[in-house]
Structure formats: structure tokens, C-alpha cells
Design a protein around this ligand. Sequence first.
Ligand SMILES: [Zn+2]
Length: 417
Amino acid sequence: MRRAGFLSVLLALGASMPAAAAETWVLEAATLYPEPGAPAITNAVVLVRGGKIVAAGPRHSVHIPKGARVSECSGGVVTAGFQNSHVHFMEEAWNDAAHAPAPDLTHQFEAMLTRFGFTTVFDTGSDVTNTVALRERIEKGEIRGPRILTTGIPLYPVDGIPFYIRDLPPELLARMYQPKDAGEAREDVRQNLASGADATKLFLHTSPDGKSARFMTLEVARAAAEETHARHKLVLAHPTSLEGVRGALAAGVDVVVHTTLGEPQPWDAALIAEMKAKHVSVVPTFKLWKYELLKSDTPPEVIDKLVGATLQELRSFSDAGGQVLFGTDVGYMHDYDPTEEYQYMAQAGLTPMQILASLTTAPAARWKEAGRRGRVAPRLDADLVVLTGDPAADVRNFASARCVFRAGLPVFTTMAP
Ligand SMILES: [Zn+2]
């Protein structure tokens, strides 16, 4: 048996997981990173009760009540739970989420997300009905998985369904929004949000056949953004190109979910200054670019040059103080391992603590949940990652989760009970 499959096997056997209720337990940390800007604490403890962090700090500073259980996951490098801000629940493993066997879904969450420390994920495009069903089964405790936020079904330009998603079920493709005018855009946004979506995703520039281009009109993009903002939700955009980024800025988009690959010009200082002034966040998805280029047998030196240009875009954006959100497009990308994304971010000049911010405090702030998650501090959700190695020494260690807790419950563990 694969150690990573331990939790799903446990659930398949009908074993009950520890109740979040009032149990008080302790996670000992060789090193604790309470938040990206704060110094690391060695020989630390985190005290958890009822799914919340009660106390965290040097062992000598925390009063541990008698009878508190010490977690078998103790001893590693502890940080707040991570957010992956660009995932998709589109692969076959998620089909019929309302009825699929719980152990299978738990196992799939482990394989794709929780084993890498993701306690919150932002799904940027899927069948909203299915994803909402998945989320409800997690919230009911039937499945162990991350907290899910979703954009539901995206909005596309007219006749602009991208060629690379043509293989999706025809029934789903028929429900994808392609608003012709502002009125339709507003109606589509209302319908998607009413179905349970937490945000709106706009495809500003697409290609239906891999050659020709379709653009969402400014009128449609603006109306969709206004309608979304009126409901206090965020607008995410798939830009594809520099023109798409400019369209996102003009429409009032909040998050650009990719850098732009293969553009003749980089993001210049004026563009980056405008992105910063308009508080636009960026999800880089570097590994995706290599993954896509390898599909077309692009030579390694060309891949290095093209991906290198996107690293430079992010470096300029980050240097200008722009907000970076970690994200990989996993679930569209079938390779789930985020290790290479961390290496690319480091190559783009981000420090390990800036990468930690893109995984924790930055998404918590962007989604206005800083009072609930993103740090290891009293009163926050006990979303915790135990790493085997220190990411400050090597960023690949961000992918070395040994145990992962969401609201105080294990969602992934490699340890025997
Ligand atoms: Zn995507």
C-alpha cells in the first residue's frame, strides 16, 4: 500500500476520524513559520481546539493543558495551510461528485491537492453543479478534502470556446456562457453566482481552432465585472496575450490567472504600474507553460527562452510590489506535483518567504479572509502543514508535506495512527 493512500484506506474501512469537537491537541514543531514576515521559531508548539488555533509560539511560552494529545505528526517544519489559486475539477475522477464513492474522491484529493499542503483551493472553471456537490460532501465530513472556492462556469467570447477544451462533454460545453452584449453578460453572471459560484472568470482572448483569435468585447467584460463586484465577489481573467491583460485592466478584473507566454514584448513598466495601481493580482502558472510547450515537442532551449520571458514578467511585477498568488492549473494539467513551480518562482527572484506569502497571507488577504486563515496564530482556523524539510533552505521543501490539517482535522497524513 502506498503510504499516501493511508487516509483513503482508513475511510474505506469505515474508521472514524478524530472529532473536531472539543478535543485539545498539540502539534510540536522543530521549526514554526507563523507567517511570512515574522522570524521562524524553533522548538515551538501549536495548541488546537475545536478546529481553531488556541496558541502558537516557543514551547516555554505556551501553557499546555493536562491530557492534551500530542499529534503523531509532531517534529517537522510547520506553516499555515496553503492555497492553490488555480485548479480545476474537470478530470473524470470528479464525475458525478454527488454519488461517487467517498474513498475514491478522498484519494483523488490526496493525489492532486492535500498531499501537497493545499487546504484551500480556487477552482477557476468547472461544472458548477458538480463542484458545488463536491464541496457539500466535504463540508458534511463525508470526504476529506480542501476548502473549495469556485468561479463556476466561465464566460467566453462569442464563438470563442478554446480548442483545448473541446473534448469536454457536449452537455457541459452547451452550458458555457458566450454573452453577446452587456445584458446577457449580467444575466450569465447572476445565474452562475446563484448556482453557488464564488467569483466570475472571463476568457478575454481565446482561439477556437488554435489559429484564429476571438476577443471578449469591453462592453461585455465591463458589465460582467460590474455585476460581480456589485455582489462583492472577485473577477478572474484568463488573458492569453498582452491585449488580454490590457482588456482585463480596462474591464476592472481583480486577478489575472496566468502570465502571458510567447508575446513579442514583455510586460513593460507602464503596464505593471497600472496593474499595481488597480490592485490586480497575478497567478504565474510557470510549470504549465513548460507542460504545454512539451506537448508540441518544443526544443528545450526554446522552452527555456519562452518560460524565461514569463519569469521576467513576474520578477518585474513582484519588484513593483504586485501581489502574487500561487497557482498551477492542476486538474487541467494532469501532472499534479507543484515542486517545479516553486523552483520557477525562486528563479523569478521570489524569496522563500515571498513564495510562502503567495500560498498563505496573500490569498487570505485577496479573499478578505485574513481574520480567518493564512497565519499560524490564535483564533484562526487550524489549517496547518507539516513539512519534512525547511523551505527556507530549499524551496522544493514546500512540496514535502508529511501531514496536513484543515480546521484541525487531518486531510492528509503519511503517519500511522
Ligand atoms: Zn486553468
